[in-house]
Design a protein around this ligand. Structure first.
Ligand code: SF4
Ligand code: SF4
Length: 396
């Protein structure tokens, strides 16, 4: 196993155990399997285990397994505050204490604000007194490191990142998400500030393994490596020194063994030029169905009306590369639920963006097309209802 350091030079295993996808026995977690897999990963050197308040049964399961095997002090627990449920300071203590109880511990190594998508969420937490609360918990030793997990756009990621002296952050990142969500720009910004970056969805929830088109599989098979699609995805991440820990939601011994092997074989900057050509071919095959040839370069930004041009095109493409549902879900996360509305319908057709687009995309026309697909009436109503709840009636 290889290790990369956190802010206090604690070595973290480059492979982290994502505890949200344990195998089930009936409706409950299969504890026998979970224990075997967790202990096999631990024996192989994994020392970072990631959970969250809302992962059903996860905190209680790992709490029981760590206690039973006497390894609590030897590993790091990361878990998350359901920040979207917090409306007062008392709720902070209530959720945190419940998590400690489930985890059978009196401290959390890495405590993250869960699923932030907009700096407004962080502002809301500050208004209920989170800064003082964090200070208290860190002073008492109940929280050792504080951070946030993130699913919004790059701009909001940078705003949250720069607003506080974070110890850690967690982002969705893989070779398909290089320019979406926090993206490579966010990863590098965190690294430059010395903040360890934990990677979630390294294989896009398994899609980079199970849903690869024929052309992508062919490009991998014709390369000089006998790597599986999962190994290609993981190696792409480990190659980047800015990545600290890659989480994998493991639920079979086969996955544990393969992931531990890859994590112990790979180094930063170990991929060759020919390997990157394979990634280009794979991405080309995946993106063949895309509707707009937007590379996410952002030369068209900022738009005077705050339209999130690359974010809208990315989600529109996802509808055809992955599924309609996934595209609309991504749109809701990165565009639809930001505090400042960023919808295509705000476009006044000034044409400024088109003058800067190196891909010569007819942005104004494509925005209309994308908006129609991404926001059919029921979705429009749904997004506006959620916005009304989150931002008190900031409709678009
Ligand atoms: S044409 Fe529309 S999207 Fe482009 S810069 Fe002007 S307002 Fe923004
Ligand atoms: S400039 Fe063109 S290619 Fe670049 S992000 Fe904007 S629309 Fe996409």
């Amino acid at each position: 196993m290889h290790y990369r350091n956190d802010k206090c030079s604690n070595p973290l295993s480059v492979l982290g155990f994502g505890c949200m996808r344990f195998a089930k026995k009936g409706n409950a977690i299969d504890m026998e399997q979970a224990e075997k897999q967790i202990m096999a990963a631990y024996e192989a050197g994994v020392n970072y285990f990631d959970s969250a308040y809302i992962y059903p049964g996860s905190e209680a399961a790992i709490g029981e397994i760590f206690e039973k095997n006497g390894i609590r002090e030897k590993i790091h627990i990361a878990t998350k505050l359901p920040q979207y449920l917090i409306s007062n300071k008392e709720a902070l203590d209530r959720y945190f204490n419940e998590e400690l109880k489930r985890l059978r511990t009196d401290y959390v190594d890495y405590y993250l604000m869960h699923h932030m998508t907009d700096v407004a969420m962080w502002e809301k937490l500050k208004a209920v007194g989170i800064l003082e609360w964090i200070e208290e918990k860190k002073a008492s030793g109940a929280i050792r490191n504080i951070g946030f997990s993130y699913h919004g756009n790059t701009d909001n990621f940078l705003k949250i990142l720069n607003d506080y002296d974070w110890d850690v952050c967690q982002i969705q990142y893989n070779y398909l998400d290089e320019v979406s969500q926090a993206g490579r720009a966010g990863l590098k910004a965190a690294y430059e500030k010395g903040i360890p970056v934990i990677i979630m969805e390294p294989l896009r929830g398994g899609k980079l393994v199970n849903m690869l088109p024929e052309g992508a599989r062919k490009a991998m098979a014709e390369s000089s490596h006998a790597w599986s699609p999962a190994e290609w995805g993981l190696r792409w991440l480990y190659d980047q020194p800015e990545v600290t820990v890659v989480l994998s939601g493991m639920n079979t011994m086969e996955m544990v063994n393969e992931n531990c092997r890859v994590a112990s074989e790979t180094f930063a900057h170990s991929l060759k030029e020919e390997d990157f050509k394979v990634f280009e071919a794979v991405k080309k095959a995946i993106n063949e169905n895309e509707k707009v040839g937007c590379t996410g370069c952002r030369y068209c930004m900022p738009c005077p009306k705050n339209v999130d041009i690359p974010g809208i095109f990315r989600s529109y493409n996802t509808m055809f590369i992955e599924s309609k549902h996934q595209g609309r879900f991504q749109f809701a996360q990165t565009v639809g639920l930001t505090k400042e509305p960023a919808f295509a319908s705000q476009c006044i057709e000034c044409g400024k963006c088109e003058q800067h687009c190196p891909q010569n995309i007819p942005i104004r026309a494509k925005l209309k097309e994308a908006d129609k697909a991404l926001r059919p009436l029921p979705y429009k109503i749904g997004i506006n209802l959620v916005r009304a709840f989150m931002f008190r009636g900031n409709k678009a």
